[in-house]
Structure formats: structure tokens, C-alpha cells
Write a protein that binds this ligand. Structure first.
Ligand code: FMN
Length: 411
């Protein structure tokens, strides 16, 4: 089965000469099993008619006017952004790439690109000098850094009579690249349990102890696992992050609550990924009434919370267990010590305390350690990093399952 089967793809068409190839691209994506909706910029309509793209996609085409009440009532730009599993802009003009790099949102397609959580890919297509211009190079680098995939461009003779890089790859190649983006469904049918976010440890009815975890990384990991074909359960502490699609979410508040939810689910889990920043301690006593400001000093006694990661690793039939370590110093040494002490299979460590990476930020970098090795996943968006991490987990999980099966067969 193609990895594009049943995937919902938005093809964005912008005003470049290669727009004549877009209908073929739409047709081939549908042949691969995808459902396709087309969004065109106003300038794209100078190159190809919406009617052609409507005919090949079998859906009316979303045109550029963001403020069209009729179009919004059919499917709003936000609904469209949520609907998509991937957005592929082909052709992507130099102009559109520049608008994306600057986060403009002045028509439907550019707004969608900002609003979507889906994978976004661009297939640049332009004159070779436009492609090689420093402005375009920098804009493309910005997009790539944000996790946008760049397909091509190919090199060769161009419509303008020049020769060089800037041709949009052929539709068959774009279908292959998009399919590769969805990966090999490496976790098809695998049951994955993820924890995310902070926990809140109540002191009295209005106060609690918590931490600065945003939940973004855990949600990105849950989403990436679902994209890789896994059945995902996400046990989430209180966050403001929208629930990922195709993931069953169990909302919890405290560490005890999270521990209970995880232990209920774990028997039915193949891979456990503990991303939550679980409070190590909770107040020993919960005050039924709000504590009054009568004394100059207040002492709150704390007691240790259960260690969820260790509990999972020691459960009767432990899943492949992955922990996270947030450290402010000696990252690798602390992470390796935690890996060994907790008896888990793998750990992903990140440095926290800097404003631009880690807990609350949209970007992160990870050091991943297993019993044998250490590998660095370079800094990128949490969404992209989560996908890379899931690939690493899938490889190790498959290797462990295979060696277990071989051992069983030899008994
Ligand atoms: C005949 C013609 C062909 C063009 N082909 C391209 C092209 O292949 N790539 C590109 O980046 N711009 C091309 N342009 C310029 C774009 O159409 C222009 O930058 C436009 O503003 C793009 O609008 P859009 O990005 O909103 O679709 C072409 C312009 C003309 C008149």
C-alpha cells in the first residue's frame, strides 16, 4: 500500500510557468490513493484554469480570496489547514517562497501555510538566476530550517531559454518525494503511549506547584507517531496545545493521576515515550480551604511522587521504553546515568534553561542515547525533531523485537 493511501493532500499552485504540470501532479497523487484539494494563488489562474484542476481533483478549487464569505462557509481556511495531512506547493514561485519565509498571510494559500500543523513541502520552480539569487537562497534556507521540505529543483533547459537549476521536478518524482515524507509507516499497527506536558500538584483549592513544560514536544511526538502509522494514546498534563488528530487523549492533572492513567494503559502498549515533565514531589497535605496570609513564613512539606518511567520499565510486560531528560548541565553524563538507573531502552536528552530552546520554545535539539550509542539530532522545529526521533525509536524498537523473536525461535 502506498504511504499516500487515504492521505489528505492540499496542492498549492502558484503563478509559475510549471503550473501546467500541476494537473498531472494532482492526478498522480489521486492514483496513489490520496484525496486532493487544490488551492491556487490569483496569479496561478493566469497560467492554468481552476476548471482544469477542479476536473482532475474532483473537488472545487479553493481560490485565493481569503475574504470570500461563500468559500469560508464551505470550508474555512482554518478547517482546510486542519484537514490536511500535507501541503505541497508545486510549483512554488520565488515570490511565494519569499512570502512564506516572511510569514505573510495575505491570501488563502499563504494563510493556510501558517495555520497548518501538517507537513509542508515546496517544489521551487523558476528561472535559474532567480533560484541562485541570494534572496531566494536565504528564503529557502529559512523554510528548510523551519522544517519545510524542499523538493528539487531539477536542473536543465528552462522555458526562458536558459539552462541551470530551477526546473520543477516531474510529477512522478514529486509523488515519490511526498510519499517518502510520510515514511514507511514504520510503526504501522504498533501501540504507542506518550505522556506530555507538566503536572500540577495542588496545595489548596486555588494554588498548585507546576513547571514550565509547554507540552509542545510531547504533542509533536504523539503526532509524529500517529503519522508513522501507530495507534497512539496521549496522557497529557494541563497544556494549551490543541489535541493532535488521530490520537486518543487522556487529560490528567497531577503526577498521581498521570501515573494511574499510564499504568492502566501500559499492558496494552508496545512503545512508551515519557515526554511529560512530571513533578518529582507533591505537597504532603492538601489544604481543603485556601491558605490564609496570616504568618510571615509558610512551610510546605513535599513528598516524592511515583517515578512513572521506572514503573513502566519494571512492569510485568514492559514496552520499549523511552525517557526524556531535561538538564541544565552535563547533558550526556546525566542522561546516561538516568538511562542505566531506570533500566530503560533509550533516552532523549535536551538542554533547558536557555530561552531559545527547550521547554517553552518552538525549537529544540536532542541527544539520543541507547545502551550502545549516542547520537545528536540537530536543532530544528519540534515538529521535525519529533519525526526524526520517531524514526530513531522505530529502528531500535524493530531491532529489539526482531532479536526477541529470534531468541524465542531458538528456544
Ligand atoms: C510568463 C511568466 C512566467 C513566470 N514564471 C515564473 C516562474 O516559473 N517562477 C517564478 O518564481 N516566477 C515566475 N513568474 C513571476 C510570477 O508570476 C510573479 O512573481 C507572481 O507575482 C507570482 O505570484 P504568486 O506567487 O502569488 O503566485 C512568471 C511571470 C510571467 C509573466
Amino acid at each position: 500500500m502506498s504511504s499516500l493511501s487515504q492521505k489528505r493532500i492540499i496542492v498549492g499552485v502558484t503563478g509559475g510557468i510549471a503550473a501546467y504540470k500541476s494537473p498531472d501532479l494532482v492526478r498522480r497523487l489521486r492514483d496513489a490513493g490520496a484525496t486532493v484539494r487544490v488551492v491556487m494563488t490569483a496569479n496561478a489562474e493566469q497560467f492554468i484554469t481552476p476548471l482544469t484542476l477542479q476536473a482532475v481533483s474532483d473537488h472545487s478549487v479553493h481560490r485565493s480570496n481569503l475574504l470570500d464569505a461563500d468559500a469560508e462557509s464551505a470550508m474555512s481556511h482554518i478547517q482546510l489547514a486542519r484537514w490536511a495531512d500535507a501541503v505541497l506547493i508545486a510549483p512554488a514561485t520565488a515570490d511565494f517562497i519569499a512570502r512564506m519565509a516572511h510569514g505573510l498571510a495575505d491570501d488563502l494559500l499563504s494563510t493556510l501555510c501558517l495555520a497548518t500543523e501538517a507537513r509542508v513541502a515546496v517544489a521551487p520552480s523558476m528561472n535559474q538566476r532567480m533560484w541562485q539569487h541570494a534572496a531566494t537562497r536565504e528564503n529557502v534556507a529559512v523554510l528548510a530550517k523551519r522544517g519545510v521540505s524542499v523538493f528539487g529543483p531539477a536542473s536543465g533547459s528552462q522555458a526562458c531559454g536558459e539552462t541551470g537549476p530551477g526546473r520543477m521536478p516531474e510529477p512522478t518524482e514529486l509523488v515519490e518525494s511526498l510519499s517518502a515524507l510520510f515514511g514507511s509507516q514504520a510503526l504501522g499497527g504498533v501501540k504507542v503511549l506518550v505522556t506530555a506536558g507538566p503536572t500540577q500538584e495542588a496545595i489548596d483549592p486555588v494554588r498548585n506547584i507546576t513547571n514550565r513544560s509547554s507540552g509542545k514536544m510531547g504533542y509533536a511526538v504523539a503526532r509524529a507517531a500517529a503519522e508513522a502509522g501507530a495507534d497512539v494514546v496521549l496522557v497529557s498534563g494541563p497544556t494549551h496545545v490543541p489535541y493532535p488528530e488521530k490520537v486518543r487523549v487522556i487529560p490528567v492533572i497531577s503526577a498521581l493521576h498521570m501515573h494511574q492513567a499510564v499504568m492502566t494503559e501500559v499492558a496494552n502498549t508496545d512503545i512508551f515515550i515519557g515526554v511529560a515533565a512530571v513533578a518529582d514531589y507533591r505537597p504532603a497535605e492538601f489544604h481543603q480551604q485556601k491558605i490564609k496570609k496570616t504568618n510571615d513564613q509558610l512551610t510546605i512539606k513535599l513528598v516524592k511522587n511515583p517515578d512513572i518511567l521506572t514503573a513502566v520499565a519494571k512492569s510485568v510486560k514492559p514496552p520499549f521504553t523511552v525517557g526524556f531528560a531535561a538538564e541544565t548541565e552535563n547533558l550526556e553524563a546525566h542522561a546516561r546515568e538516568k538511562l542505566m538507573r531506570k533500566g530503560i531502552d533509550m533516552i532523549a536528552a535536551n538542554r533547558v534553561g536557555d530561552a531559545d530552546v527547550g521547554l517553552e520554545s518552538d525549537e529544540n535539539e536532542l541527544l539520543i542515547l541507547d545502551r550502545m550509542d549516542t547520537k545528536r539530532l540537530p536543532r530544528s522545529s519540534k515538529r521535525q525533531l519529533a519525526r526524526n526521533l520517531i524514526e530513531e525509536i522505530a529502528t531500535r524498537y524493530c531491532a529489539k523485537s526482531t532479536s526477541k523473536n529470534i531468541r524465542r525461535a531458538h528456544r
